[in-house]
Ligand binder design. Structure first.
Ligand code: ADP
Ligand code: TYD
Length: 233
């Protein structure tokens, strides 16, 4: 059985990853593929616990300041568990895995934002994740202000409607986010075969069409699907 196909979505908070991942998952499923979707941090029982420690802005009142290295290590603990429980078995079974964030997020946020540098993150990825690489990374890079505005509006709504608070990162400064943005651009320039960067202020539908075109060029039709049922733009 050939390995399945591993697609990651990357970008700043509010860049539209979750929206696009859901739309792509729905289309691929309609086309007859088996799709496994997950997000990082989270996705496993351990990961969901780690997610609440890492993202809840009330964590630090309970746990004290989380050091950048501790934060990085928890992100990798989450990732190691997700690979073991979900990603590796799904790829081995020939499925398509769609992951909302992966190691590029650690490189951009902890390497760039927290200024730990890329080298340490790449070394950790090799050691902890057996250097598992996505086949394709869709990097959503709308202008910085647009992303942050959308993320803050969305989080405000979810605090009000669900009582959840995942604001620890969104409280960071604009300089922190500028460093993340620059690190994402650096990753895209370094790995042009894997990373497709989608910049600008296009609508959800325009970006969806573009993503579906890119994916259709790379994924063969599902084994049971007629030849004409490849993704259409
Ligand atoms: P992310 O997962 O990257 O944080 P989301 O997909 O949750 O981003 O999107 C954040 C908010 O921005 C949502 O309210 C979503 O409807 C909106 N949004 C997503 N993509 C676009 C877009 N291209 N233009 C305008 N609004 C968008
Ligand atoms: P999430 O809700 O998944 O992102 P978004 O707001 O884009 O929908 O939140 C994940 C947060 O965790 C986000 O601020 C980025 C951060 N993060 C890291 O700092 N390092 C990592 O390795 C990962 C996976 C996420």
């Amino acid at each position: 059985m050939p390995r399945g196909y591993f697609i990651t979505f990357e970008g700043l908070d509010g860049s539209g990853k979750t929206t696009q991942l859901r739309r792509l998952a729905a289309t691929l499923t309609e086309q007859g593929h088996t799709v496994v979707s997950l997000r990082q941090p989270g996705g496993t029982a351990l990961g969901d616990r780690l997610r609440s420690v890492l993202l809840d802005s009330r964590s630090e009142a309970a746990l004290g300041t989380i050091s950048p290295i501790a934060e990085l290590t928890l992100m990798f603990a989450d990732r190691a568990q997700a690979i073991a429980e979900i990603i590796a078995p799904a790829l081995a079974a020939g499925h398509i895995v769609l992951c909302d964030r992966f190691t590029d997020s650690s490189e951009a946020y902890q390497g760039g934002g927290r200024q730990l540098g890329s080298e340490r993150i790449l070394a950790m990825h090799a050691a902890v994740c057996d250097d598992l690489q996505p086949d394709l990374t869709l990097l959503l890079l709308p202008p910085l202000d647009a992303s942050l505005h959308r993320a803050r509006r969305r989080n405000h709504r979810s605090i009000q409607s669900q009582g959840t608070d995942e604001n620890r990162f969104e409280r960071e400064s604009d300089e922190f986010y500028s460093r993340i943005y620059a690190k994402y651009q650096e990753i895209a320039a370094r790995e042009p075969q894997r990373v497709v960067s989608i910049e600008g202020n296009d609508s959800i539908e325009e970006i969806q069409r573009y993503i579906h075109r890119i994916v259709a060029e790379r994924i063969p039709p599902a084994p049971s699907a007629p030849a004409t049922s490849m993704l259409e733009a």
